[in-house]
Design a binder for this molecule. Structure first.
Ligand code: ADP
Length: 484
């Protein structure tokens, strides 16, 4: 049986070769639960990234010329290899990222599901034949892979965020240069190990680690890269969109969120609390679809606070590798400092902490699962992404009022609401300016549905039948002179 160490590569992958940075410089990677050094990764920059792009460019003609069925077969083998090594990959993920092992296994399972989904979609990249306005001409529309794809991914889902970029890219016939987050590089480098294992040709997947700004500059300015897919913060996303302008790349962006979670008086309270726990505390609140703001109607406000606080107080915090842990550490001390600041600001502005409220006695970057009642729009956490285990709960009276409050943000990724009234379900869903809506559900992500935001949460869909469209160009072919 494979061990997590079998997947830990302390090198970058360029054209099928595992290399150090040209300068030999490295960056240390540590386990956020223990502070223990896990290893290092090359501190690569522009030169290594350029080499990776050229390798991807060289691999593109042969890879895109394979039939969709051949590419699908390799992707299926990749999905099977992930599943076969799920435990080892999950342990690696927990060690570098901190999430509980059960969640890490869930993420690795989701990675396999995304790859398998796109293996299936590879054969369904259909074009069109359009009725021609000319008697002697025919109009065809074909879809072609865009070429070299640059993929930049964050630390909160280091495995599955890359799966939903590598999957559609390879399925469409594109080749990839990936840049994972420096805090969690090993789950991404493991994709290189797995790709090699199943026989994906050299150069089809390249992975570089190191200086985000230098690697980013090369990926965005090199004309050989035809698409950038990014998951991360809105601020970095804006920089990357600007940088891509000069070479007019196709761009897709999965950026920040500020998810509202609305509970109406007529909601099933047990179900709402259960959904609230999942939508708030998964990955210690460090997901872009995690609830940032709970809005609860006055009739059930006190009952909701009581139940949410009781459930939150029961969450077992600890090292993700320990049995029974449901909340691991935050990614680093900077993340804790930000959450501390938001909680302090909420307290200053009249917020009532009903459970938690500070750093956890375990030390490191552990933070107590926290609920703050009497939240108000003046608090910073009403506007800023918390990205931590803190649940502010606002009170509301009317539907119109809560819809306006929920939409009063530049973000538009996920939102959730609970009601038993069918008319309200449609009405509210249609008025919420978000890319993803959970009605009476707190966890909605799946490979078969489109994941993506509106407004400053980005554009493009990942997963589903739509996910592959960002990786293909549409070509119009006019066939004339048919003399019919
Ligand atoms: P977070 O706040 O979640 O760390 P970031 O947007 O900072 O989100 O990071 C997401 C990914 O973007 C990471 O892989 C990070 O290294 C990368 N990144 C950060 N800054 C830049 C940049 N200037 N250019 C390219 N990539 C960047």
């Amino acid at each position: 049986m494979a061990l997590w160490t079998d997947f830990k590569r302390e090198k970058i992958l360029v054209d099928g070769r595992w290399l150090d940075a040209g300068s030999g410089a490295v960056v240390d990677v540590s386990n956020p639960a223990t502070g223990e050094r896990l290893g290092s990764i090359p501190n690569a920059g522009r030169a290594e990234t350029k080499a990776a792009i050229e390798a991807a460019h060289a691999a593109f003609p042969a890879w895109s010329a394979r039939t969709a069925a051949e590419r699908a077969e390799l992707l299926r083998a990749l999905a099977a290899a992930i599943t076969e090594n799920k435990d080892a990959l999950a342990e690696l993920l927990t060690r570098e990222q901190g999430k509980p092992l059960a969640e890490a296994k869930g993420e690795v399972g989701a990675s396999a599901a995304y790859i398998l989904w796109f293996a299936e979609e590879a054969r369904r990249v259909y074009g069109d034949v359009i009725p021609s306005p000319w008697a002697d001409r025919r109009i065809l529309v074909t879809k072609e892979p865009v070429g070299v794809v640059a993929a930049i991914t964050p630390w909160n889902f280091p495995s599955s965020m890359l799966a939903r970029k590598i999957g559609p890219a390879l399925a469409a016939g594109c080749t990839v240069v990936a840049k994972p987050a420096t805090q969690t590089p090993y789950s991404a480098l493991a994709w290189g190990v797995l790709a090699e294992k199943v026989g994906i040709p050299a150069g089809v997947i390249n992975i570089v680690t190191g200086s985000a700004s230098q690697i980013g500059e090369e990926l965005t300015s090199n004309p050989l890269v035809r698409k950038l897919t990014f998951t991360g913060s809105t601020s970095v996303g804006k920089v990357l969109i600007k940088q891509c302008a000069d070479t007019v790349k196709k761009v897709s962006m999965e950026l920040g969120g500020n998810a509202p979670f609305l509970v109406f008086d007529d909601a099933d309270l047990d179900r709402a609390v259960e959904g609230a726990m999942a939508a708030k505390f998964r990955n210690a609140g460090q997901t872009c679809v995690c609830t940032n703001r709970f809005y609860v109607q006055s009739g059930i406000y006190d009952a909701f606070i009581e139940r949410l606080s009781a459930a939150t107080a029961k969450l077992r915090v600890g090292d993700g590798l320990e049995d029974g842990t449901v909340q691991g550490p935050l990614i680093d001390d900077k993340a804790v400092a930000k959450v501390e600041e938001l909680v302090a600001d909420a307290r200053d502005r009249g917020g009532r902490v009903t459970t938690g409220g500070g750093r956890h006695s375990l030390g490191q970057s552990f933070f107590e699962p926290t609920v703050i009642a009497d939240a108000t729009p003046e608090m910073k956490l009403a506007r800023e992404e918390i990205f931590g285990p803190v649940a502010p709960v606002f009170r509301f009276e009317h539907e119109d009022q809560v819809i306006a409050a929920a939409n009063a943000t530049e973000y538009g990724l996920a939102c959730y609401f609970y009601t038993k009234d069918l008319g309200r379900a449609f009405r509210v869903s249609e008025r919420l300016k978000y890319g993803i809506v959970g009605i009476n559900e707190g966890l909605v992500t799946t490979e078969v549905a489109p994941f993506g935001g509106v407004k400053e949460s980005g554009f493009g869909s990942e997963g589903s039948k739509y996910g592959i469209q960002d990786y293909v160009d549409t070509k119009y072919v006019c066939v004339g002179g048919l003399g019919l």
